[in-house]
Design a protein around this ligand. Structure first.
Ligand code: HEC
Ligand code: HEC
Length: 308
């Protein structure tokens, strides 16, 4: 606040306190005199006493005035005066924040030199990681990490980008991007239906409308080899460098109904997993990578081949 206003506020505050002191003195002038009746009379016989303030009440008053003065000397309150303690809410926040930071660093220090395998066996580390996951990852991957349409399930062993320690660490630190081109314009309606029938047949499913005629499947297979194998692999088992999914396991990132799959092939899809290293720092990223690995190990065994 400006200098003038600061002086005005200071004077008003002090005048108020002095006025309170004066009020006590003034109301207490006659306290030596015992209680006396005033001349006020109501309803013929109802009279009023003029009693002095009780002692304890008076002391409360005095104590609160002393407190107010002490407070105003120590803490900010009088205009621009910062108080002799130089306290500020921003300073308080900064010191609380740095205390919390130090406590956190101390807690994380024990995790620093552990390998991902050791971390994923450490119950303390994993309970911290579970909280970190809830805060940073569950909005996309779900609180149970089982994902949703467009967001991969992290509890199975079906990896878009690889399930080695190195690959998972890379995914969480640097993020991932992937793109499936749109094929509707290139293939036309029939072309899409044929290649879709072929893709479905890879997981032992049928695209009803075409009755999966041998002719359609073989045309679809030819198109797949020309247009799709570059990314999904000649055997259609995917390519983890590109994040191109395995198309033979009946596990679907973007939905597994015939309509979903037709939609994916016709319109394409993009995937974006954000980078977390800069935001979370190395220790937290390692904890999260270890947590993701522990989830898929808990699922162990080969991925469930259940249709979705
Ligand atoms: C904004 C949404 C979003 C957030 C937040 C997010 N992810 Fe992801 N994540 C994705 C998407 C989408 C993919 C798939 C990327 C692709 O297909 O290109 C993915 C992929 C992954 C993969 C690769 C899975 C595989 O099969 O290879 C891992 C591991 C992963 N995320 C872990 C995490 C962790 C750990 C966090 C929290 C630190 C996190 N994600 C936060 C959206 C998100
Ligand atoms: C440039 C590389 C590339 C080419 C070429 C490509 N795809 Fe893809 N495809 C991808 C990627 C990457 C994804 C995963 C997209 C995502 O993250 O959602 C994908 C996803 C898919 C999916 C969805 C899988 C799921 O689990 O939801 C289907 C189906 C598919 N592709 C079929 C095809 C077919 C059929 C062709 C050929 C006509 C083809 N793709 C060509 C890269 C490619």
């Amino acid at each position: 606040m400006s200098h003038g206003i600061s002086i005005f506020v200071t004077i008003m505050a002090l005048v108020n306190i002095l006025a309170a002191l004066w009020l006590i003195w003034w109301t207490n002038r006659g306290s030596k005199v015992p209680a006396q009746e005033t001349t006020h009379v109501w309803d013929g016989d109802l009279t009023e006493y003029n009693n002095p303030l009780p002692r304890w009440w008076l002391w409360l008053f005095v104590i609160s005035i002393v407190f107010a003065l002490g407070y105003l000397v120590l803490f900010p309150g009088l205009g621009n005066f910062h108080g002799v303690l130089n306290w500020s809410s921003a300073g308080q926040y900064a010191s609380d924040d740095s205390a919390a930071r130090q406590a956190m660093e101390a807690r994380f220090a024990g995790f620093k030199d552990k390998t991902l395998a050791e971390l994923s066996q450490d119950p303390g580390a994993m309970s911290t990681a579970r909280n970190l996951f809830a805060l940073n990852c569950s909005s996309c991957h779900g609180s149970d990490a089982r994902g949703a349409k467009g967001f991969p399930n992290l509890t199975d062993q079906d990896w878009l980008f690889g399930g080695s320690e190195q690959a998972v660490l890379q995914t969480v630190s640097q993020g991932r991007d992937s793109a499936m081109p749109a094929w509707g314009a290139v293939l036309g309606h029939d072309g899409v239906e044929q290649v879709m029938a072929y893709v479905l047949s890879l997981s032992g499913r049928k695209a009803q409308e075409l009755q999966d005629s041998a002719q359609a499947l073989s045309a679809g297979g030819t198109q797949f080899a020309t247009l799709c194998a570059a990314c999904h692999g000649a055997d259609a088992k995917g390519n983890q460098i590109l994040g191109a999914p395995n198309l033979t396991d009946n596990i679907w990132l973007n939905g597994g109904t015939v309509d979903d799959i037709r939609n994916t092939i016709t319109n394409g899809r993009t995937g974006h997993m954000p980078a977390h290293l800069e935001r979370l720092g190395e220790i937290k990223v390692r904890l999260l990578a270890a947590y993701v690995l522990s989830l898929s190990q808990a699922a162990s065994a080969p991925p469930a081949h259940a249709a979705q």
